[in-house]
Design a protein around this ligand. Sequence first.
Ligand SMILES: *Cc1c(COP(=O)(O)O)cnc(C)c1O
Length: 388
Amino acid sequence: MMTSTNIDQEILSAVQSATRGPGALHEPMLGDAERRHANACIESGWISYAGSYVKQFEDTLAEITGAQHVIAVTSGTAALHVCLMMADIKHGDEVLVPAFTFVASANAIAHAGAQPHFVDIDDETLCVGPARLSTYLSEICERKGGETINRETGRKITALIVVHTFGQAADMAALMKVCEDFDITLIEDAAESLGTSIQGQHTGTFSQTAALSFNGNKIITTGGGGAVMTDDPEIAAHIRHLTTTAKQPHKWEFIHDAVGYNYRMPAINAAIGVAQLEQFDDFLARKRALAVAYENVFDSVSGVAFIHEREGTTANYWLNAITLETADASVRDVILSTLNDAGYGCRPSWRPLHLLSPFADSPRDRLPVTEDLYLRIINLPSGIKVCP
Ligand SMILES: *Cc1c(COP(=O)(O)O)cnc(C)c1O
């Protein structure tokens, strides 16, 4: 009879039998295709943003996601910054964001001159919970001339960033309704969710703008990079202008009509992205096979639940995760030691952002689900290299 005293060993053997073997939490898969396109890019002489690779990368992303416009940028954080600028954020405005996310989601809000305002997730989606959000906003806000004002701080609440956590889709229909009710601009942080859809519609296409990331640990990588998705042609044109130093087209003169940004993705990075996208369907299939294997093995480990895609959604299973029944950091950490010592890269979820010093004073709702899940979630090795 198994007892909870050897739960770390049980989890280790489950992970051993589901995966190909030891491996990092999420290592990129790079090979001949990347070498070939990177070489072609160098041969062309256009490794900065002229040349054909950036456009080819953007067009393929648009095809995959169904977004009307995709603009490649230097990082996911830059992409979020751009999304926030397009939402017309004024200095000192508040932007709602889950406390349960990677720090970049909140950093981008600070870069835009706004104040992150932390909200809770729900334990079914791991994403912002629409029911609680609606109740909370009714409690703390007053409506003034079509704007939503935080009564306590006197600041305008301008936008909500929804994160599709670990590649699991948020409940977009309900969140769109809440944002409509409160005149809040919706932005999707789809950094982790390329390949994830809701009833066939790709994440990142439910909001005015959305951000993708191609950091080395994401489902596809360009080394570092990101992209903004939007269906609005005017916003797309504005983004292209702002992210390329706001330079007016001219044969030789340098005329800039705004304080612009140097956020364009270099072609050498896009070349690697093009190579990765050639393999994207295969990556998705292999990640799904790994998720199925994890689900099967964890079925018979008591006290542990595998996080499965919600009905009506298709997850990319970017990062596989289990939740422990017991909320106890010391139990969690024994499991993390055992698995990491055996070469299986496992991590707890991010420390909730309101517990980090730069955001300790940020306004926030109660965060019971965030604080509980922080003690109970373990992310499992999920890179292509460990897939069966
Ligand atoms: C990775 C990530 C980002 C930031 O992307 P970078 O490319 O690293 O700047 C933003 N949000 C979430 C949820 C992420 O996982």
